[in-house]
Write a protein that binds this ligand. Sequence first.
Ligand code: NDP
Length: 241
Amino acid sequence: MDFEGKRVIVTGAGKGIGRATAVMLARRGASVVALTRSPRDLETLEAEIGCISIAVDLADADATRAAARQALPADLLVNCAGTTELEAFLDVSVENFDLLHAVNTRAPMIVAQEFARERVASGRKGAIVNVSSCASFVGIPDHAAYCASKAGLDGLTRVMAKELGPKGIRVNGVAPTVTLTPMAVKAWSDPDKAAAMLTRIPLGRFAEPDDIAEVILFLLTDAAGMVHGLSMPVDGGYLIA
Ligand code: NDP
């Protein structure tokens, strides 16, 4: 997979899957525009891959739109930033519900709107990958707001695919299982819970960030030229188990 000459926006590039994706893209020739929150992460990423860095809180809609415009033009977009809060359904707060939807669902929409408007205006093709989750397909206890936000993102992916496909922009999602990142530490550090999850993954392990990044990169390339509108599980078989 050669990304020479391609400029790629990656949100959430500071840590975890987004960082692995940004590094892999840069190693394969891409020029990366990293959008994330922590300035320290941007500094270290810039030192590692020479990316363009834009610090933004993606929970802020206006700041997100301004950051997306600043990142343009770009050939490809990876909406990877995401966040979670664990709460039993009976205790889900409106604040956390809104926060998760703002970061996990609304921000990808805003960034993709700005990306796609520029592509259409300049008559250029493009591709978008939205990083969703297996939590979009199944109900996971204590993840109500997260599951809802990712199911919303998959809905967005399908509509974007219908509307943007005819304009030359392919849109897909990936749906990882538990992936060993800082977010997974927050959500799966209880050993009993993690062990129960692991028994449901036929390949017998959690994902590494590079497992997900490889699939994201594939979906961005012309090799995936007829793959469109999917939220592709990258789950070691979790969803069929
Ligand atoms: P991490 O928490 O490891 O990294 C998330 C990245 O997104 C960080 O760089 C973080 O920046 C950034 N981010 C989070 N909130 C904001 C915000 N408000 N504004 C700007 N940047 C923000 O997460 P993962 O790598 O694990 O997750 C990446 C994606 O994969 C997410 O969409 C997640 O939902 C999804 N996913 C993860 C799974 C897992 O098990 N890890 C499983 C399935 C899906 P900062 O640290 O500065 O806040």
